[in-house]
Design a protein around this ligand. Structure first.
Ligand code: 4NZ
Ligand code: ZN
Length: 287
């Protein structure tokens, strides 16, 4: 009955029901629907319950960041429509990083929007092969390959109309891991949102061999960089990483926008760095 209700809820949002195997392997909220909503200004949440996707709208067209799971592209496009915007008006597709759970839906979103994909050079190969770097033979981590139409480097700007998003290279979690600086007006004040790529070790190999040469140095540089970046609003690829549920509830209740919290980026970065040091020590100690 639960599985049926789950399937019905997904069908309602136009998503493909994932295979039973995928449902048991990955957290259910990764593919469960979430009501799309406006975070602030022209910044909207259009992801699933557990995996983020963000829509930045302008009168000249829109920018969509991340595609969640391979079966989630349709659900994200429906979320864009539910907010009153047209998927065909999306001009650029972007991503945080080339892992199946954040880039899986991009190929379908490209078909549904007709938008071009801009991605960091270091993530290009993984996106265009649909594989998980370092675990290429693990087909459970594969996704539909998607062509990168514009190759980005650190500091590049992607713009539509007057809106400019800046790509900050924060590698380690993936080689081209990209944190996005997004301007947003909150209650009449110009703010900066930082969509942090991710800095967990996850399935990455650090020792005895580095998954790619320099991965440890990349993480180190990323943690240093996160200390230098400032963000009024902290966003991340997993809903629980930035407290989506609690903030959404507070937003509905009214009052000051709960997404504005300049203390959140440094706190998250400190926790993430501590977790990295522990994971690195564990991998070095393993025989
Ligand atoms: S992630 C796996 N993208 O860091 C790896 O949330 C990486 C992630 C999730 C799951 N994995 O191998 O199962
Ligand atoms: Zn990842």
């Amino acid at each position: 009955v639960r599985a049926l209700a789950f399937a019905a809820a997904l069908a309602l949002f136009g998503a493909t029901v994932p295979a039973a195997e995928a449902q048991s392997r990955w957290p259910a909220n990764w593919t469960a629907p979430h009501e799309p909503f406006r975070i602030a200004g022209n910044l909207h949440y259009v992801g699933t319950a557990g995996l983020s996707a963000f829509l930045i709208t302008t009168p000249q067209g829109h920018i969509l960041i991340d595609g969640a799971m391979p079966e989630s592209g349709g659900m994200i496009a429906r979320n864009v429509e539910a907010l009153g915007f047209k998927p065909r008006d999306v001009r650029w597709l972007l991503n945080t990083h080339a892992h199946f759970d954040h880039s899986g839906g991009l190929a379908e979103l490209k078909r549904l929007t007709g938008a071009r994909l801009a991605a960091m050079a270091g993530d290009r190969a993984a996106l265009e092969t649909g594989t998980y770097p370092g675990s290429e033979s693990n087909t459970a981590l594969n996704f539909s390959p998607v062509k990168v139409d514009r190759v980005l480097k650190d500091g590049d700007v992607v713009s539509v109309g007057a809106v400019e998003l800046t790509a900050r290279l924060t590698p380690g979690h993936s080689e081209g891991c990209t944190s996005w600086e997004i301007p947003v007006i909150v209650d009449g004040v110009r703010r900066t949102a930082l969509l942090h790529c991710s800095s967990s070790v996850a399935a990455n190999r650090l020792a005895p061999e580095e998954q790619y040469p320099g991965i440890i140095a990349d993480y180190e540089r990323t943690f240093a960089r996160l200390r230098s970046l400032k963000a009024d609003i902290f966003l991340a690829p997993h809903a629980e990483q930035f407290g989506l549920a609690a903030k959404r509830a507070k937003l509905k209740a009214g009052g000051p926008n709960p997404f504005v919290d300049p203390a959140e980026l440094p706190a998250f970065a400190a926790r993430s760095e501590a977790a990295f040091r522990a994971d690195l020590a564990k991998q070095k100690a393993a025989r």
